[in-house]
Design a protein around this ligand. Structure first.
Ligand code: FAD
Length: 478
């Protein structure tokens, strides 16, 4: 058990101490400016103001800030682009919001070693721009290009390309990070394997800013895609679509993306973007995204994939054919979340289940949705089992929504975990999903997680209240 003492207020003397740190550093403490930093993209109105926003530009400043925070017992919440969907960067205990966008240099791109060294505030879009034309690519593609690399490492972000290229952690070779007391950890390196002690790189990746602040990242790059095409396939049912997935995954080349979607989300996004997607009237669809070396390979792939889909009930297949039509399809997929948001209040669930369980899970979700009287829209990454579910406050009163959503959410997580799933496939736990983590991990595992946290952050000042509450039981055994 920790004897967690209350955090101190960020007094003007402490702010002045931070302002005296050498080098360019921005400190914002005027109330009217802080309002820009009280939330991320998580729906549901979770908000909390920091006492000050601090924007460093150098790793040594991060160390100095954490040293001051430890000395005065001030909580520190790191923030990247603020695009997170689990409330991870919301400073729920006030204190310092450490905005990492000032560390924004692409330090090196090594074309012979296929690596890049970047600071955490570089966005996915900026890295992509830098790599354009170089023959190299960073293949992790979460839907939001203003997300920072630091944020994507901290959440172990996934995205549409995960089926072929894996998620962020498969591309993080090394890190520099600063612990709560201001010490630097340098782990991993510009090499692809290592059996040399505990792997702090992988421990810090996905730790949502609770163990250390990431100040530098060594990324593994891949070869840039030469040719990308999409096969868009309607199916009579979601079961038919998902049944086709194992056979599709046996084909070479592996698809980069393999997305499932139902009719209702396509109707919603079409209304939102005003761009029609030729799709007929079918219940479910697969979007198969393939990168090939040349048109022959692409053609061979499509012939085989089409045959598989037809065996599983598909009536037809569509290839967009030109760049505009292809962009329209991808654009539709990237706009699912904004289109749903435009409808009103919604929830974001990104549960992952073994991929063959997707139809069973979705049948259960639909039954729960009907019983709760709350519509749930579903789509996701068929290739990796990551199901995106959005209960929406549509045709029901706000009061009904507030009263019945918590039980529906709980029942959905229980169902997914009973099928062998996990709470979050890519967004992280943050604050919005932490109450569900004990459904997945037993108390012994959570206890070890809390011990790891306290070994690296003994005073619990780094992003407190995220993933789990540290005040919870810590076993005294052993
Ligand atoms: C339209 C839309 C689509 C999205 N699609 C996807 C998707 O397909 N896949 C996916 O995985 N996510 C997706 N996301 C979620 C989001 O983009 C990711 O979670 C992303 O990783 C967040 O990056 P960020 O820089 O905005 O981080 P923030 O939201 O600022 O922070 C996220 C977490 O990282 C921590 N953190 C940030 N920087 C650091 C640092 N330097 N050191 C330590 N901790 C740090 C924060 O404390 C917080 O816990 C989407 C979001 C939106 C709005």
């Amino acid at each position: 058990m920790t004897n967690q003492r209350p955090y101190a207020r960020l007094a003007p003397e402490i702010i002045a101490e931070i302002e005296r740190i050498p080098g360019e550093i921005t400190v914002v403490s005027e109330a009217e400016k802080l309002a820009d930093y009280d939330a991320d993209e998580t729906p549901g109105g979770i908000r909390h103001l920091p006492e000050a926003v601090v924007i460093p530009t150098r790793p040594e400043q991060v160390a100095a800030i954490l040293g001051i925070a430890t000395r005065h017992h001030i909580p520190v919440t790191p923030r990247g682009g603020g695009t997170g969907l689990a409330g991870g960067c919301i400073p729920i205990y006030g204190g310092i919001l450490l905005v990492m966008t000032g560390l924004n240099k692409i330090i090196a791109v090594d074309k012979r070693n296929f690596t890049a060294v970047v600071e955490p505030g570089v966005t996915l879009g900026e890295l992509q721009e830098k790599l354009d034309g170089s023959g190299l690519a960073y293949p992790v593609h979460p839907g939001e290009m203003t997300a920072t690399l630091g944020g994507t490492v901290a959440t172990n972000a996934g995205g549409m390309n995960a089926v072929k290229h894996g998620v962020t952690r498969h591309h993080v070779l090394g890190l520099e990070a600063v612990t709560a007391c201001g010490e630097f950890i340098r782990c991993g390196g510009a090499y692809v394997k290592s059996s040399s002690g505990y792997d702090f790189t992988q421990l810090i990746t996905g730790s949502e800013g609770t163990l250390a602040i990431i100040t530098r990242i060594i990324l593994k790059l891949g070869a840039a895609t030469t040719l990308r095409e999409i096969l868009f396939v309607p199916f009579p049912s979601l079961e038919n679509a998902i049944d086709a997935v194992p056979d599709i995954l046996r084909l070479e080349p592996q698809p980069s993306g393999l997305e499932f979607m139902e009719k209702d989300i396509l109707d919603i996004v079409t209304r939102h973007t005003g761009q029609d997607i030729p799709r007929g009237d079918h219940d479910a669809y697969l979007m198969i995204i393939v990168d090939a070396a040349n048109t022959d390979e692409l053609h061979r792939y499509f012939v085989s994939a089409e045959a598989i889909c037809r065996r599983h009930g598909a009536a037809e297949t569509t290839v967009p054919g030109d760049a505009r039509a292809r962009r329209r399809l991808l654009n539709a997929r990237e706009n699912f979340l904004p289109a749903l948001r435009a409808m009103g209040e919604l929830d974001v669930i990104d549960i992952v289940v073994p991929r063959q369980e997707i139809p069973v899970f979705l049948r259960q979700v639909k039954a729960l949705s009907t019983a709760a009287g709350i519509p749930v829209i579903a789509y996701g990454h068929a290739g990796d089992g990551n199901v995106h579910l959005h209960p929406v406050c549509h045709n029901i009163s706000n009061e009904y929504w507030q009263t019945h959503l918590p039980q529906l959410e709980h029942d959905i997580f229980v169902a997914g975990i009973a099928l062998g799933g996990a709470v979050s496939g890519e967004h992280g736990i943050g604050i919005s999903k932490k109450h569900f983590l004990p459904l997945q991990h037993d108390e012994a595992s959570l206890d070890i997680m809390r011990r790891v946290k306290l070994a690296m952050d003994p005073d619990n000042i780094l992003n407190p209240g995220k993933i789990f509450d540290i005040q919870a039981r810590i076993s005294t055994k052993g």
